[in-house]
Write a protein that binds this ligand. Structure first.
Ligand code: SF4
Length: 208
């Protein structure tokens, strides 16, 4: 929730201080009610109109958020070969996808730069029936997972002969990884103790 202005921010800060002071018994409950009445916060969006309509997803242009570093607002026109000093405008195709950072699998949209065919950012998907355009911070961090040079790009397994915690790994295949994990889960469900069985879950919101 964002504060509307510096003045309102100061009121909001005063409200926080008042809350702390009330806890110490310095102010009355009336003072707190007055502070709440005077605090003016901007509304969080009650609609998802800040997303472009789906009809524009195949061709959506947006000012580049980093472009201010190249100069002030005096520049004219869109940047191009003929106008290299112009303002950078991103030409996007917006593609629906889903977050894989937890079992909720919220909707995301990948904003793909048509010039480089790279994803420049992830936003929510307002048409997703569950998340409806909202995501937690991990959803937006999908960008880092895709392009972080230190990301783990393939499955790893503990190096033969090394002990847990030594941090020694070798590359393995997806087939071997899935087979190994599947077998261990199957063995646990077949002969494991109750707690181990409960800790084996394979799909959304359910323990199996
Ligand atoms: S956005 Fe957050 S809550 Fe939604 S699937 Fe991703 S990690 Fe889970």
């Amino acid at each position: 929730m964002y504060l509307q202005s510096r003045r309102t921010f100061l009121k909001g800060a005063a409200f926080s201080v008042a809350g702390a002071a009330i806890a110490k018994g310095v102010f009355t409950a009336d003072a707190m009610a007055e502070s709440i009445a005077e605090s003016k916060f901007t509304d969080t969006p009650d609609s998802l109109s800040f997303y472009p309509p789906m009809e524009e997803w195949s061709d959506f242009k947006e000012l580049d958020g980093n472009d201010w570093k190249r100069g002030g607002i005096e520049r004219k026109g869109v940047r191009s070969e003929a106008n290299p000093d112009g303002i950078e405008v991103n030409d996007y195709v917006i593609v629906p996808t889903a977050c894989s950072n937890c079992e909720a699998s919220c909707g995301l949209t990948a904003w793909i730069d048509k010039k480089t065919f790279t994803v420049k950012k992830y936003m929510g998907n307002p048409l997703h029936p569950a998340s409806r355009g909202r995501n937690c911070a991990k959803g937006y961090a999908t960008q880092s997972q895709m392009y972080d040079p230190d990301r783990i790009a393939f499955p790893l397994k503990r190096a033969p002969g090394s002990a847990r915690g030594e941090g020694k790994w070798i590359r393995t295949t997806w087939d071997e990884a899935m087979t190994t994990i599947g077998k261990k889960m199957g063995d646990t469900l077949a002969v494991g103790d109750e707690l181990s069985k409960k800790n084996c879950y394979v799909s959304c919101w359910s323990s199996k």
